[in-house]
Design a protein around this ligand. Structure first.
Ligand SMILES: NC(=O)c1ccc[n+]([C@@H]2O[C@H](COP(=O)([O-])OP(=O)(O)OC[C@H]3O[C@@H](n4cnc5c(N)ncnc54)[C@H](OP(=O)(O)O)[C@@H]3O)[C@@H](O)[C@H]2O)c1
Length: 241
């Protein structure tokens, strides 16, 4: 990977904080990475010249298309690390009576429809003749078979629907991009703004964003085209739909 033309172009969405920002930093430190497009709704500043910040709102298709043009063609790695747990800092639903239509729609806008728009405009920019990756941060709670305790209607359902978008895009993409890998990722519980209100109840390890991003990049490194369409956790274990 010494030659400049062999180095990788990567895109991270959700670069303004949490796991996305950690992905940006981690990728920028890799010799084999040439450019990291660091995309977020809020403005960001990074010191490394390799990192190219730009604003994006994934719920607005005009914005997604404009940013895809800015990033160019031949993108080797796209990580959609944006997401939300509940609207406006409210708590996720404990019960059916907590369902609020506009909050639920916002959750689907950010967690499901936005990543679908990103897939629409970025997957056609993957190279056709070499390994490429399009990965979205999903969540274990989006697994229907793993739902043992209920609650969190909007978040669970928006991530389950995201997993279906990933599976469907993988089927379509493999016809023309033989080495493309389209996957969902579960980062574990990570110390970010999103998980803050619930960390007290967590019985297992809570990772730093840097640790979670490092684990997930290792998982991506080891994936093969036949893994496309599936969802993997930070340890490389498959998550059942
Ligand atoms: N933390 C955990 O324990 C955990 C566990 C399982 C799964 N996950 C998943 O991992 C992903 C990252 O979560 P996190 O913990 O890093 O959360 P976070 O710290 O709250 O970061 C979420 C990011 O999403 C971005 N975002 C939200 N709406 C957006 C929009 N419309 N357009 C563009 N960007 C938008 C935010 O950027 P702006 O602020 O600039 O809008 C922010 O950078 C999420 O998909 C989450 O569901 C996290």
């Amino acid at each position: 990977m010494g030659k400049e033309e062999n180095k990788l172009t990567s895109v991270v969405i959700g670069a303004s904080g949490g796991i996305g920002e950690a992905f940006v930093k981690n990728l920028s430190e890799m010799e084999k990475v040439k450019t990291v497009y660091a995309l977020s709704r809020k403005e960001t500043i990074f010191k490394d010249d390799k990192i190219k910040p730009y604003k994006i709102d994934i719920t607005n298709e005009v914005s997604v298309e404009e940013v895809a043009d800015f990033c160019g063609t031949e993108i080797d790695l796209v990580i959609v690390a944006s997401g939300m747990l509940s609207d406006g800092g409210g708590l996720p639903e404990k019960s059916l009576r907590d369902i609020d239509l506009s909050a639920m729609q916002e959750c689907f806008n950010v967690n499901t429809f936005g990543p679908a728009l990103v897939a629409k405009h970025f997957i056609p920019r993957l190279p056709k003749d070499k390994k490429s990756i399009f990965a979205c941060l999903s969540a274990r709670v989006g697994s229907i078979s793993d739902n043992g305790i209920g609650g969190w209607y909007s978040y669970r359902a928006s991530k389950a629907a995201l997993n279906m978008i990933i599976k469907t895009a993988a089927i379509e993409t493999r016809r023309r991009y033989k080495e493309a890998i389209i996957v969902g990722l579960h980062p574990g519980t990570v110390d970010t703004a999103l998980s803050k209100p619930f960390q007290r109840n967590v019985k297992h390890d809570i990772f730093s964003p840097e640790k979670a991003a490092g684990y997930l990049l290792e998982v991506l490194e080891n994936l093969k085209p036949q893994d496309s369409g599936k969802c993997f956790d930070w340890n490389g274990e498959k998550i059942l739909p």
